[in-house]
Design a protein around this ligand. Structure first.
Ligand code: FPP
Length: 250
């Protein structure tokens, strides 16, 4: 395996370049609490959360991690106050518009996964624009889970497969993990090796239910807006202590 010298230069020297996760997923929890602790309205936490996400994406890219998936909005988040939902939709749109040029220059390939049809039309347009404009980039895959629910994703896959069986495209006996994965939102994207959740909650919260089957979990009490390069470094140190056995014995 050849390692990019630029990666070796920027990677903290206590991390083993050969044992980095290829794909990191993050549940960015604690934005609201962070803002409240500062005596600010909740939306300020989401704003700061975007800066953190940008920093972690940059770290992943600098350190040679191939993919980062971020849980930006769940199918359950529609239940938040309308002002917060509207704020988040506008924020996603603004951030996409503002950051697209830099993402292209930096070689970021952006994907959105989730039930995107239910998002505001103007956001859907911005998402399409960003996905098309970055589709040939190869430095890092950045996957944003928006209006995403793991259960919904699995149900939609089942429905699509059932329709194909009904049309005679394949038989029930043909359905294996490979075929199933072809019908998930994350088709073509590797499974996360490391799932990080900030703010201390020990839950998966309907995130990538199929894909995290063998991910290593890392939970920190740090709130997402405070989850900086150093905190990420610590998560990677912890990951490198783990022995991944995938259900086998050594
Ligand atoms: C959870 O914190 C955070 C969210 C529901 C939103 C996260 C979204 C971003 C950081 C913006 C990402 C933007 C793009 C374009 C990818 P919370 O509000 O549940 O915090 P709390 O648990 O303290 O209330």
């Amino acid at each position: 395996m050849t390692v990019n010298p630029a990666v070796l230069n920027s990677l903290p020297n206590d991390l083993d370049v050969l044992r980095l996760p290829k794909h990191v997923a993050v549940i960015m929890d604690g934005n609201g609490r962070w803002a409240q602790q500062q005596g600010q309205p909740r939306f300020m936490g989401h704003r700061r959360g975007v800066d953190t996400l940008k920093e972690i994406l940059r770290c992943c890219k600098d350190w040679g991690i191939e993919a980062l998936t971020a849980y930006a909005f769940s199918t359950e988040n529609w239940g938040r106050p309308l002002t917060e939902v509207d704020f988040l939709m506008t924020l996603f749109e603004r951030v996409l518009r503002r950051e697209l040029k830099e993402m292209i220059e930096e070689g970021v390939q952006i994907h959105f996964v989730g039930d995107l049809q239910a998002l505001p039309k103007s956001l859907q347009e911005e998402i399409d624009r960003a996905m098309v404009a970055t589709q040939h980039n190869t430095k890092i895959k950045f996957v944003v889970a928006t209006n995403y629910g793991g259960r919904r994703e699995i149900l939609e896959a089942c429905r699509a497969i059932a329709q194909k069986v009904q049309r005679g495209e394949f038989t029930p006996a043909d359905i294996d993990e490979g075929i199933f994965e072809q019908h998930l939102y994350t088709k073509g994207i590797s499974h996360p090796d490391l799932l990080i959740r900030t703010s201390g909650e020990m839950r998966v919260s309907n995130f990538l239910l199929w894909q995290v089957a063998y991910a290593e979990l890392y939970v920190t009490h740090t709130l997402w807006p405070d989850f900086d390069r150093e905190a990420f470094h610590k998560a990677l140190q912890d990951y490198q202590q783990r022995h991944r056995r995938f259900g086998k014995v050594k």
